[in-house]
Ligand binder design. Sequence first.
Ligand code: ZN
Length: 143
Amino acid sequence: MVTLSEAQAKRQAGRLAKAVPVLAAAYGHALARWQGDPVLSRAGRPIVTESYRSPERQEELYAQGRSKPGPVVTYKRGGESKHNVLPARALDVAFLLPGGSVSWSGLLLSKFARLVKAADARVRWGGDFPGEFKDRPHFEVLN
Ligand SMILES: [Zn+2]
């Protein structure tokens, strides 16, 4: 089982504290179930990479793949994303692997998404977004 350092645990708590309670609670339930599963918990530890994101940072991400190099990572301009409100209505998730690296494995994310959606049906997973743009690390709640 992958355990967090004290600093990592603090950062996780800080990011969750900036998300709306319904989303933080669904994530917490899913995390507990993940960690209670011997196979899943050995594969890696879910981590929140971002919750609140400033509109300025969102605008920088929007530029990526358009006026700046890199792949397109978002279709939302600054202020349009559910990450841009405080408390945030969106969380991005990745996995801390046993070796210490971070993974955005689509397989692990889809397994985790099942647990999050089971915890609270109000949570939408970016992997279920219609159309071609699947945002698998992304979880959000509507207004
Ligand atoms: Zn996101």
